[in-house]
Design a protein around this ligand. Structure first.
Ligand code: HT7
Ligand code: ZN
Length: 868
């Protein structure tokens, strides 16, 4: 397969000044007429022009109005070659495509009666012949024609210029986008959609029409999306001085979409999961997801669209930066501490394992076979952490100056990560040379900390040492610049003033140490008592920190640290140690270690604490996170130990959990305090049920009586995940109640597939035949197969049945939707982390898949790297 290298980047030899599309939409046969104004960049160049095109049937081709003779062009695999193109000309092509047969959901597809496009990364070439690369920016005009009855709404980017009727019950609409853009931001939608309208007045006083298009029966489910959009628009003005630039901002929701959403200029297309919400059908987590994805896509208008990418290796330039912006938005709108904990939890769950496995790659990759495989946790979440570190070291005000310069320099351009860093440096005078390594070096550094107190000198010395394991293609690792935000606590629990050789910030109670060599020592003076260090506060760098701590220090920080993240981290550390000790000694964690008991008791009795934060402190580390800390992941040992610890926590604090459960029952309201209460209350119920089977009745009661999906689903999930209860009545009831709501039925599939029960695999097999299962709907496929791949005890069954099952489904799915097939294969790629028997079985499953005929590029790349 063809490998694309970052180093091979060359500027485009032709530019497209303008594109005019005329599209006759028809599910079976759509015709796309494209007029491209092409201009050669160099006089000296006389090479052929290569336009990308995939799956297109070419019907006509004209150059400056004349049919092009056959000897003037050539069709190749994936391309149209113009052999002798003039310097400046108009190319007109007419192609035919079949949207109804497009199951890959890239390009133009027809699903549930709607035409939808997805052009990022390389879908536009499945619509027409084009220079499909992000550094070719053109002005787009498009006329859409369709049958009016089924497709009364015709949308594309920019401004709606004109519309009219045609023969045979058809109509047309003309759209023009004044902003030059790369074709990956092109979009069209046609269908029978209702619209929720509102507006936003920008800081400079312009009225922007806000329109959310959904199927008519969902018009009552758009309030959260609209509200989040208005808040995001105001936030980007307030925090970054960025205004929206068109007169209209449109969002369309579809049930059939490969990812979360897409930031097409002025016409965002969303997975309906991130638009539709009513209290009866959406959980608090769903509401939160909508807020952050709506904001994320909106923020792309500046970070991604107005300033776009030179090439796909720069993907994190828009994605890492935009994730950072959406995380900060959510932190400002909600609880900053809880937001940070959630962000780090996600980073550790997805990115750390990726960075430690065969698919590890730098935030700015050096090579790819299929770019769709690089929409990863590394590019998104680690990329956001790198931006966050830059924000940390520069400070908010200087970071803003850097952003202002970045926009001023590069508005309307296609640029690189290097341009972003240069703007940050240019605006602040700071040298970020060392930070560039974070973009080019893969792998998660481990930072070892060792402290020593000298009572005679009243000095405390802190030594930090960093190391990183090799990753594919990068055997040697260099030291990275790691900002370590820190404080020292006195034994009485006070943050001490920090004095040392570096007098910068002397006397402050918090400081950022910059570890930028393999090992460094800092001396703190006038330290009157042996301190307890709080390091990496707020998770100031994406590293693993080894503190060399005992439980006493963890317990101390769990009760005294005033950094919300580090207090949570200390609690997690206590619970983690209890779990690892239990696994090590092959006993269930049936007894609560004293220090953990004390720390939990303190949190449980602190009625003043924000309930959402309290819930975070009382939640055990996930099974996956525990596994990440082990040399060889002991799937059953982890599950047993964690279940035993949950039981022990349930019975040790039965009264407090019961009191919380009763006292936190409030009428439903959508605000953050209420959702925090629901979270804590449902956690209490989970602990009660873990330790006392008599709570089954109470759980069933909650399932029946809940007036909102958060409580209803929490109870449903607890019941379905009971190891040996017969819950067939509940499963049938849930399906019966919610069968008209696809997003809720996704939850029905997902919860069954994630049950840690011996019958889950058989259940999943049966669910493949369920009438509601649909191979063409990625949400449904992820709900069943993604959940199964993440269900450790079932997927990693010792006999390999989980591996064989998933591999068989991936094989089938690869024929329909390679992007999703490749993603589903990632759990198999982690084979090195398991015992020899499982390793063999996982490799076998990968090898079987690799032998498949017509393997897609997407899946082929994942398999090849996994088996290396
Ligand atoms: N920028 C968007 C990426 C995206 C995508 C990529 C490949 C295939 C399908 C896709 N749908 C959306 C999403 C984002 O805002 O990050
Ligand atoms: Zn994005």
């Amino acid at each position: 397969p063809l490998v694309i290298h970052r180093e091979d980047y060359r500027p485009p030899r032709f530019v497209v000044d303008a594109v005019d599309l005329d599209i006759q939409l028809d599910p079976e046969l759509t015709q796309v007429r494209a007029r491209l104004h092409l201009r050669r960049q160099s006089e000296a160049d006389d090479q052929p022009l290569r336009l990308c095109g995939e799956g297109l049937a070419l019907l006509e081709i004209r150059q400056d109005g004349q049919t092009l003779p056959k000897d003037q062009y050539r069709l190749e695999e994936g391309a149209l070659l113009l052999l002798h193109p003039p310097r400046d000309f108009v190319l007109e092509t007419l192609v035919q495509i079949r949207p109804i047969a497009n199951t890959a959901l890239s390009g133009l597809y027809f699903a549930n009666g709607h035409f939808i496009t997805q052009c990022e990364a390389e879908g536009f070439r499945r619509i027409t012949y084009y220079l499909d690369r992000p550094d070719v920016l053109a002005r787009f005009g498009v006329t859409l024609h369709a049958e009016q009855g089924p497709h009364p709404v015709l949308l594309a980017n920019g401004n709606r210029i004109a519309a009219g009727q045609e023969a045979h019950g058809r109509h047309w609409v003309r759209w023009e986008d004044p902003f030059p853009k790369p074709c990956y931001l092109f979009a069209l939608v046609a269908g029978d959609l209702g619209c929720v309208r509102d507006h936003f007045r920008t800081a400079s006083g312009r009225e922007v029409a806000l329109e959310i298009y959904v199927e008519a029966h969902h018009l009552d489910a758009c309030a959260q999306a609209m509200d989040a959009l208005q808040r995001a628009m105001a936030w980007d003005e307030r925090v970054y001085g960025r205004e929206y630039d068109l007169d209209r901002y449109m969002i369309v929701a579809t049930d059939t979409f490969n990812m979360g959403a897409m930031e097409n200029k002025g016409l965002n297309i969303f997975n309906s999961k991130y638009v539709l919400a009513r209290p009866e059908t959406a959980t608090d987590t769903d509401y939160q997801g909508i807020e952050s994805v709506i904001a994320h896509e909106y923020f792309h208008n500046w970070t991604g669209n107005r300033v776009t990418l030179r090439d796909w290796f720069q993907l994190s330039l828009k994605e890492g930066l935009t994730v950072f912006r959406d995380q900060e938005f959510s932190a400002d709108e909600n609880s900053r501490g809880v937001q940070r904990i959630g962000d780090v939890r996600r980073l550790r769950a997805a990115q750390f394992p990726e960075d430690a496995g065969p698919l590890a790659h730098p935030v700015r990759p050096d090579a790819y076979i299929e770019i769709n495989n690089f929409y990863t946790a590394t590019v998104y979440e680690k990329g956001a952490e790198v931006v966050r570190m830059i924000h940390t070291v520069l400070g908010a005000a200087a970071f803003r100056q850097g952003m202002d310069l970045y926009f001023a320099r590069h508005d309307g351009q296609a640029v690189t990560i290097e341009d972003f860093l240069a703007a940050m440096e240019g605006a602040t005078g700071r040298d970020l040379a060392a930070f560039r390594l974070w973009y080019s070096q893969a792998g998660t550094p481990v930072v070892h900390a060792a402290g020593r107190y000298d009572p005679a000198q009243r000095r405390y010395s802190l030594t930090l040492r960093q190391e990183a394991a090799p990753t594919p293609g990068q055997p040697e690792k260099r030291p990275l610049p790691i900002p370590v935000r820190m404080a020292l606590f006195s034994p009485a629990g006070q943050a001490m003033p920090l004095r040392g050789q570096e007098e910068d910030g002397a006397g402050d109670r918090e400081r950022i140490l910059m570890l930028d060599t393999a090992e460094q020592t800092w001396i703190f003076t006038e330290v009157s008592e042996p301190p307890i260090p709080s390091l990496l506060r707020g998770f100031s760098a994406p590293v693993r920190l080894e503190m060399g701590f005992g439980d006493a220090q963890r317990a101390f920080l769990a009760s005294h640290d005033d950094d919300p993240f580090n207090r949570w981290e200390a609690m997690q550390g206590l619970a983690l140690q209890a779990l690892l000790a239990a696994i090590d000694q092959s006993h269930g964690a049936g007894v609560l270690p004293e220090l953990l008991h004390g720390a939990l008791a303190a949190v449980l009795s602190d009625a003043q604490m924000d309930p959402a934060y309290r819930a975070e402190l009382l939640t055990l580390p996930s099974e996956d996170y525990v596994g990440e800390q082990m040399a060889v992941i002991d799937v059953e040992g982890i599950h047993c130990a964690r279940e035993a610890l949950r039981r022990a926590m349930g019975s040790a604090f039965g009264e407090q959990w019961a009191a919380d459960y009763e006292s936190l029952a409030f009428p439903y309201s959508r605000d953050g305090v209420s959702s925090g209460r629901r979270r804590l209350r449902n956690l209490a119920l989970a602990y009660l049920l873990a330790s006392d089977a008599s709570y089954l009745d109470r759980t069933r009661q909650q399932y029946r009586q809940a007036d909102n999906m958060t409580d209803h689903l929490a109870a449903f999930s607890l019941l379905v995940h009971q190891p040996d209860a017969d819950v067939s009545d509940i499963l049938a009831d849930f399906y019966q109640r919610w069968q008209q709501h696809p997003l809720v039925i996704d939850k029905w599939f997902a919860i069954q597939a994630s049950a840690p029960r011996p019958d889950t695999l058989a259940k999943a097999q049966a669910l493949l035949q369920h009438p509601a299962f649909d191979w063409r709907t990625p949400n449904r496929v992820r709900a069943l197969l993604g959940s199964l791949g993440a269900n450790a005890t079932v997927f990693h069954a010792a006999d390999g049945s989980g591996y064989a099952f998933l591999a068989a489904q991936i094989r089938h799915l690869d024929e329909l939707n390679p992007q999703i097939a490749a993603r589903l294969a990632t759990p198999l790629s982690r084979w090195q982390r398991y015992d020899a028997q499982r390793q063999g079985l996982m490799r076998q499953a990968l090898e079987d898949l690799a032998g498949k005929a017509n393997l897609s590029r997407d899946l082929g790349e994942v398999l090849e790297k996994s088996l290396k």
